[in-house]
Write a new protein. Structure first.
Lengths: 483, 342
């Protein structure tokens, strides 16, 4: 199937109410409609999901999307429902048993089927997938497949086999950031020796100014954050590695600024998460202090700044997170606040998630007894054990993984300490040839002051939000129900 | 968590584990019996998220502060504890209809209520494009089925009127807070913590307020005659008894002997007895006389006098080794109910 330009644009308008494609979208859609599997590396916020959603609509066949995060899937489902798509489902552990069974039994009724990778271990799910006249298989956040990537998920390793079982359907592997090494690894795992088209667009977002501030002690870090938040244009997003810190700083900012600030993390109830996300989307909050749980699937166009209070795990996640700023194309800024102890915190988190040799040995010696009782690390070990790997092989694997994580950390530290252009550093890291010269709108070089005024990033305090109106229950009811 | 002081008494030593299990709705016969003795069964299922570590830490602090005193049979509220409890109650929101909590299907009722307000609100503005509040598939199916059956043009007017009718009986500042917990058309809910910034209440108080008024609203709609009646009724449990207990009790009511009930339901004799004890606790008109013979009453009356908490099964064993623990506990339950009705 190969529609004309006019037909494609008409479909875009009809289903999504857009008049033009963004960079890369049309090329990917055409490849898929021509029946060619494709790996697409597009920066965050460039409308990756629209590619497969439109293909599904045009082919009138079901699309299966494998996605690593329940929250991400739910966001996608909500966005599809928002545009009026009803035949959409997310098959995850969050769905209760009865509804999961019903959904699997009636899988062919859905046009968009989001699947958590662990669902692929269930025979009945595979059988239901085999019975589908599948239009397209999508592997979202495909960097999770790569052993070199930052978010490696063992369940993703089985996706190559799944493709074979499903008789090599047209497949789209999507990611926002992947080095050449990671991209090659993804293609190898998913497609074996088969050649597939790789479409890569620059990770560079020219309207996001890049900056790093080195801070000498933690107290000063708080002061500096308060000062930045008091100056910068809103809305803004501040990332933390810990839920507790996100809460603490949100409290502090509420006291020390006139802004509407809230924290957001996985520790909140689902209704609170909904409320905060919507308040931020609708401009009722100026600043959100969040962990990485916030953001995937957030489609807010006018975020003016992203501040990292803690060190991100690697450049890939950093780029994903700062990519949420400036989707309206206007000047925005990404500031990383760095204190030398932050690297230790990141190392600590790394050690907490990766089992060491002693734990691996203990687990392998007592696997029968321990299965299902040792949390995430145990699940990971169990997966490898079931793959038939020996203790030595597993230890080697995790040693390599730890080394790889350490390398990632060194890369982010090198980004912090580079004396050259930060933008060039990032482009080169992701294997892009850099021909652009550094300029004053690009980034802050090591030791330079932040040119906030020059960038027009200083907030006009007259823009500050008015006091919220007093809320009387009668008035709320009248407003809610149009009385 | 200072509200835990409410569940202790200055005269009766109480075991904290029983209180915790009652608040969590962990139903063993022993918990339920002691919950009955402590007079706190109305509070079943009021704190389904209670964490053991947090609970234990709070109790420990209360002991250190001298608000609770450790005794052989449990913990007793001190005078300082009583003062603290009364001072706390003046400043904080206290759940007014706790007995409704164990009658509601949790967490379904909360999700359905949030969805109902949002769906009806968006319908009132003829809007179909909106982000649906977080809710389970089950809640969405319930709302969808209800909507298909009851859709009418003035849905918003009807729900608005029901809410106004319900809330006018409440304290108006509580009602103001309650309505801010809902999302709808161009209205986004506030979190309990956010509402607490401008209130004398804490975030936890506002959560309690939301649950308390929410459960009362469902009760109000279920008892009313509006188009929301069937929806609200679907969120209420038909019976306070656990399903299996209910089945045993129905057979018992039909006059079937206990041994036969065990066979029919493939249950051990001990389990059948436990089901009947649970029924004896919850069913007001439970027929004790079918299980306790006149001779049992004569014997129990002779042996047991005074404080029911202090009665011990060993005593009856000495007098009549054939008498079962179930009979002893049934008698205790019956006498507790008599005591409570005085």
């Amino acid at each position: 199937m190969q529609p004309t330009d006019e037909q494609l644009k008409k479909a875009l308008k009809h289903y999504f109410n857009f008049t033009t494609f963004r960079e890369g979208q049309e090329k990917i859609i055409r490849k898929l409609l021509a029946g060619e599997s494709t790996m697409a590396i597009l920066p965050t916020g460039t409308g990756k999901s629209l590619c497969y959603q439109l293909v599904g609509k045009l082919l009138q066949k079901p699309v299966v999307i494998i996605s690593p995060l329940i929250s991400l899937m739910q966001d996608q489902v909500e966005q599809l429902q928002f545009i009026g798509e009803k035949r959409v489902i997310a098959l995850t552990s969050a769905l209760s048993g009865r509804y999961k069974k019903q959904a699997v039994a009636n899988l062919a009724r859905f046009d968009f089927i989001y699947l958590a990778p662990e669902m692929l271990n269930k025979k009945e799910v595979i059988q239901a997938l085999l019975n589908l006249d599948l239009g397209l298989l999508v592997v979202d956040e495909a960097h999770c497949i790569s052993k070199w990537g930052p978010d490696f998920r063992p369940d993703y390793l089985g996706l190559g086999n799944l493709r074979k079982q499903l008789r090599d359907p047209v497949t789209l592997a999507l990611t926002a950031t992947a080095t050449d090494e990671v991209a090659a690894d993804i293609c190898r795992s998913l497609f074996g020796t088969k050649k597939v088209t790789v479409i890569r667009y620059s990770v560079d977002r020219p309207n996001i100014f890049l900056a790093v501030e080195k801070i000498s002690d933690q107290k000063e870090k708080k002061q500096r954050l308060i000062s930045l938040v008091n100056q910068l244009r809103t809305p803004g997003l501040i990332y933390f590695s810990s839920k507790k810190k996100a809460d603490e700083i949100a409290d502090l900012l509420r006291q020390k600024t006139m802004l509407r600030v809230n924290s957001y993390h996985a520790g909140l109830s689902s209704s609170d998460r909904y409320a905060i996300q919507q308040q931020f989307m609708q401009g009722e909050l100026d600043v959100v202090c969040a962990t990485s749980a916030f953001g995937m699937g957030i489609n807010k166009k006018n975020i003016r700044y992203i501040i990292h209070y803690h060190l991100p795990a690697d450049l890939e996640s950093y780029l994903q997170e700062i990519g949420r700023a400036g989707r309206d194309g206007k000047q925005s800024i990404a500031i990383l606040l760095y204190h030398q102890n932050d690297a230790n915190l990141q190392r600590h988190l790394m050690n907490a998630t990766l089992p060491d040799n002693d734990l691996i040995q203990y687990y392998m010696d007592n696997a029968q007894r321990l299965t299902g009782h040792v949390g995430e690390q145990g699940e990971l070990l169990d997966y490898y054990r079931k793959q038939g790997l020996s203790s030595t092989a597993i230890k080697e694997l995790f040693t390599r993984r730890r080394q790889s994580k350490n390398r990632n950390l060194s890369e982010i530290l090198a980004y912090i300490n580079t004396s050259g252009c930060r933008r060039r550093y990032i482009r080169e890291y992701f294997g892009e040839k850099d021909t652009q010269q550094h300029n004053s709108h690009c980034c802050q070089l090591l030791g330079e002051k932040l040119p906030l005024e020059f960038l027009w990033m200083i907030r006009d305090t007259e823009e500050d939000s008015p006091e919220p109106a007093k809320n009387n229950y009668r008035r709320i009811i009248e407003k809610l129900f149009n009385l | 968590m200072e509200e835990l002081l409410y569940f202790f008494s200055t005269t009766q030593p109480r075991r904290p584990a029983v209180i915790r299990q009652v608040l969590l709705n962990k139903r063993t016969v022993s918990n339920l019996f002691w919950g009955l003795r402590y007079g706190i069964l109305d509070w079943l299922a009021t704190y389904p998220q209670l964490q053991r570590e947090q609970f234990d830490a709070v109790i420990k602090t209360m002991l250190v502060k001298g608000w609770l005193i450790e005794e052989k049979q449990g913990l007793r509220l001190s005078l300082a504890g009583l003062n603290q409890s009364q001072a706390f109650e003046k400043k904080h929101y206290r759940i007014t209809k706790p007995f409704l909590f164990s009658r509601l299907k949790t967490p379904l009722w909360h999700e359905v209520l949030q969805l109902l307000v949002q769906v009806v609100s968006e319908t009132s503005y003829q809007n179909k494009q909106y982000y649906v509040v977080n809710s389970s598939m089950q809640a969405r199916v319930i709302i969808k089925q209800w909507y298909q059956k009851y859709y009418c043009k003035n849905l918003g007017q009807q729900l608005g009127n029901q809410l106004l009718e319900f809330l006018k009986q409440m304290n108006s500042s509580d009602a103001d807070l309650f309505m801010q917990l809902f999302s709808g058309h161009k209205v986004i809910a506030k979190t309990a913590e956010q509402l607490a910034y401008n209130s004398t209440y804490t975030g936890a108080d506002i959560e309690n307020l939301g649950r308390d008024l929410g459960s009362q609203l469902i009760d109000f709609l279920a008892k009313g005659t509006s188009i929301f009646k069937s929806l609200a009724q679907a969120l209420l449990k038909q019976n306070l008894l656990a399903q299996s207990t209910l089945e045993t009790y129905k057979l018992y009511q039909a006059g079937i002997p206990l041994a036969r009930i065990g066979k029919m339901r493939n249950l051990k004799a001990g389990t059948v007895s436990e089901h009947l004890l649970e029924a004896a606790i919850f069913i007001p008109e439970f027929d004790f006389k079918r299980l306790l013979t006149p001779q049992d009453y004569v014997l129990f009356n002779k042996i047991f006098q005074g404080e029911i908490d202090n009665w011990r099964y060993e005593k009856i064993q000495q007098a009549d080794p054939q008498s079962s623990f179930t009979k002893f506990r049934l008698y205790q339950i019956e006498q507790s109910k008599v005591e409570l009705s005085r």
